[in-house]
Write a protein that binds this ligand. Structure first.
Ligand SMILES: C[S@@+](CC[C@H](N)C(=O)[O-])C[C@H]1O[C@@H](n2cnc3c(N)ncnc32)[C@H](O)[C@@H]1O
Length: 381
């Protein structure tokens, strides 16, 4: 971009980008739907009108026609920000590319809107998300799949900060495989194409929500995340429970097991003090889930409770194949183990269980003592 931004310089750069881009660059990704910029509408990489129609209609329905606060991460040339500001919403747009943010600010200043969107230059990551405060709804379209190492940490923070969001991302099941770990509900509101390749590439815009029907949900799992599965804290009418859910299409981890096995273990063992109580379970066309007692930690971990637990396992011939520290919750000098997915009755040796259940040839923590030492090493008594 030239130093001094003007309508002419924006248009010159836009047309040049559309000629240069095969099929587009991020500088002509979106149309600019403001008076004087009509030439950009057919030159845009994505038409965007399909997606805004679904988004604005969903906001209208979800908030019963009220004006809401919206944040658009990866706002690009501000198409969604301007369209929503035009409808009276209070909008903030953020992009990491300084050039597009400068253009957005110029467009906002000359838009003639009573309340134009505000734009900031920043990179979406777990630390930047809380800096902008609270919003009723967030938008983040075709950005998450560009994030690398901190994609899951960013999604987790994003879902905790914004209980309703429109998200589009590449990946298995058009991104739903990852999103369902962080948002309880994902509705595909629009399917759209870009001009990439042959035009057969589809993207879904998911309306993701952790707030509905008097219930709020929050992802509880922070380690060993598995796509297609989620563990949520559910709050409804002052009652807190835990919902574990897996998509029927999700594939197995290195252990051949699923929630049906976990349910069996809950049924068999949740009367013992070491596991949360089972409350309910269910299955529909897409998902199966189990609901169990919520257990809050209070950092009173003690080694005695841990020793008792491993004695219990040994005396009942039970073995946890995939033992992980985040499954052990300590409270009031007792403990609850909240992950029963890899808990198995031991009919022969650990090696025989491993052979029957996985393709792994060996297990690092293959005795009760090694498992005890591993968990004990991670707690402060
Ligand atoms: C593929 S375009 C999508 C634009 C727009 N969200 C849409 O779907 O029409 C990606 C945009 O996100 C921005 N972006 C990519 N990674 C980002 C990050 N980590 N933080 C903020 N913006 C990012 C890019 O500069 C670009 O403008």
């Amino acid at each position: 971009m030239p130093d001094a931004i003007s309508r002419k310089s924006i248009l010159v750069d836009y047309v040049a980008a559309s000629k240069r881009g095969q099929p587009y660059t991020w500088f002509n990704y979106q149309p600019i739907n403001l008076p004087g910029y009509e030439v950009t509408l057919p030159l845009a990489g994505r038409n965007c009108f399909d997606r805004i129609q679904g988004i604005s209609q969903t906001i209208e329905e979800e908030f019963s026609g009220q004006r809401v606060r919206v944040i658009d991460w990866g706002c690009n040339l501000g198409f969604f920000a301007f369209e929503l500001a035009r409808l009276g919403h209070d909008v903030v747009g953020i992009d990491m590319d300084r050039r597009v943010v400068d253009v957005c600010r110029y467009l906002a200043e000359h838009s003639g809107l009573d309340k134009p969107p505000r734009f900031f230059c920043d990179r979406l990551n777990p630390s930047s998300i809380p800096l902008y405060g609270e919003f009723d709804v967030a938008i983040c379209l075709s950005v998450f799949h560009h994030l690398r190492d901190d994609r899951h940490a960013t999604l987790r923070k994003f879902a905790n900060q914004y209980s309703r969001a429109f998200i589009e991302m590449d990946g298995q099941d058009f991104g739903q495989h990852d999103l369902c770990s962080y948002y309880w509900r994902q509705l595909s509101i629009v399917q759209s194409n870009d001009r990439y390749g042959t035009g057969t590439r589809r993207r879904h815009t998911w309306f993701c929500s952790n707030t509905f029907s008097d219930s709020t949900f929050q992802n509880l799992k922070t380690q060993n995340m598995v796509g297609g599965r989620g563990v949520f804290r559910k709050q409804q009418d002052g009652v807190t429970t835990v919902l574990k859910r897996e998509r029927l299409s999700s594939s197995h981890t290195w252990i051949r097991t699923d929630l049906r096995h976990e349910l069996e273990m809950y049924r068999a063992w949740s009367h013992s003090n070491f596991f949360p109580n089972l409350i309910s379970c269910g299955e529909d066309e897409y998902d199966r889930w189990i609901e169990c007692e919520y257990v809050a930690e209070d950092a009173t971990a003690n080694i005695e409770a841990l020793r008792n637990f491993f004695c219990f396992l040994e005396s009942n011939r039970l073995f946890i194949l995939d033992v992980s520290r985040d499954a052990f919750l300590f409270r009031g000098n007792s403990l609850k183990v909240v992950d029963l997915e890899s808990l198995f009755p031991l009919t022969g040796t650990v090696q025989e269980l491993l052979d029957a259940r996985s393709k792994r040839t060996g297990l690092r923590l293959d005795t009760y003592q090694k498992q005890f030492d591993y968990i004990a090493g991670g707690i402060k008594s």
